[in-house]
Design a protein around this ligand. Structure first.
Ligand code: IPM
Ligand code: MG
Length: 358
């Protein structure tokens, strides 16, 4: 049976980078069935909503979603529920994509791209496991209210609610322990247990789940310290597990350690291994349509899709090896260009990966 892939290119550079990833997948001849639908600002412009029902329906009935990027300044004036970002949040919630895997790998060829000293980052290979459907991102109630008593009585107040249910912490902890078990067997759970009840609860549950993985060494770190250690000694980490809000922040930090966010893929999985695959970077509207964006993060996201949702690990390995060999040949899009390498366009990078597959 062929696997159904929902292709959601989105805004900005989304369509250009997705086109290259689809070419690579097609070349592998795996009999995948691609159906495209609008999402984000593009969907708002065409159908009046960033996540139209037909797009959501397509995603629900697919084995995996290949997602470009959403967002454009043009849409910043819209009310929150119509902004492009709501498409991402809506897909995560509707498909139950609770486990977000964000690898941060520094390819040896790109060691100079990082703003940290090469000796601090060379060989970096960490995995952030971010919980994606809970926490203050989705907590209710939220909004603006008038304070009823105390010294601030009568004032307007913005508020959100942070909470984690036991089952939500348990399932993300299992994903993280299993990922750590396949790597160096070191897991660091990041929280703010010195201040937040939600975090102390998170920590207690993670410790309980750890009893099922005695072979994995578990440590805990407060999020402020983790942010500091990530730039001080990033290689001390292997797998990091954390909540939605802290994971949002730390995964951007980890991505930037490599200096090449244009290289980093990500996967968001649900309990039945259906997944959404997207580059870690955004829609970069400033360079949209210029054929200069780096398609490698999206191509590597397609590889993650083959590995995690479609049970096609050998094909995933082929894509990853092709990307490595293209880098080794010295081909670079402008974001990772340095003297002595060859600058190529988005589509030329796609051509090179296709060639390397053969
Ligand atoms: C991310 C993004 C999203 C998030 C935004 C676009 C809603 O920053 O995927 O990290 O905050 O999760
Ligand atoms: Mg983010």
């Amino acid at each position: 049976m062929s696997s159904r892939i929902a292709v959601l290119p989105g805004d900005g550079i989304g369509p250009e980078i997705i086109a290259q990833a689809v070419r690579v997948l097609e070349a592998l001849d795996l009999g995948l069935e691609f159906t495209e639908a609008p999402v984000g600002g593009a969907a708002y412009a065409a159908q009046g909503h960033p996540l139209p029902p037909s797009t959501l329906d397509l995603a629900r009935h697919s084995d995996a979603v290949l997602f470009g990027a959403v967002g454009d300044w043009k849409y910043d004036h819209l009310e929150r529920s119509l902004r492009p970002e709501q498409a991402v949040l809506g897909l995560r919630k509707a498909l139950g994509l609770f486990a977000n895997l964000r690898p941060a790998i520094l390819y040896p060829e790109l060691a100079n791209a990082s703003s940290l000293k090469p000796e601090v980052v060379s060989g970096l290979d960490i995995l952030i496991v971010r919980e994606l459907t809970g926490d203050i991102y989705f907590g209710q109630p939220r909004g603006v209210r008038t304070v009823s008593d105390g010294p601030l009585a009568g004032e307007r107040q913005g508020f959100d609610t942070m909470h984690y249910a036991e089952s939500e912490v348990r399932r993300i902890a299992h994903v993280a322990f299993q990922a750590a078990d396949k790597r160096s067997r070191k897991l660091c759970s990041v929280d703010k247990a010195n201040v937040l009840e939600t975090s102390q609860f998170w920590r207690d549950i993670v410790i309980d789940v750890a009893r099922e993985y005695p072979q994995v060494e578990l440590s805990h770190m407060y999020v402020d310290n983790a942010a500091m250690q990530l730039v001080r000694e990033p290689k001390a980490f292997d797998v990091v597990v954390t909540g939605n809000l802290f994971g949002d922040i730390l995964s951007d930090e980890a991505a930037m350690l490599t200096g090449s966010i244009g290289m980093l893929p990500s996967a968001s999985l649900n309990a039945s291994k259906q997944g959404l695959y997207e580059p870690s970077h955004g829609s970069a509207p400033d360079i949209a349509g210029k054929n200069v964006a780096n398609p490698l993060a999206t191509i590597l996201s397609a590889a993650m899709m083959l590995r995690y949702s479609l049970n096609q690990a050998p094909a995933a390995d082929r894509i990853e090896a092709a990307v490595q060999s293209v880098l080794a040949r010295g081909l670079r899009t402008s974001d990772i260009y340095e003297a002595g390498t060859t600058q190529v366009s988005t589509s030329e990078m796609g051509d090179a990966v296709l060639q390397a597959l053969e």
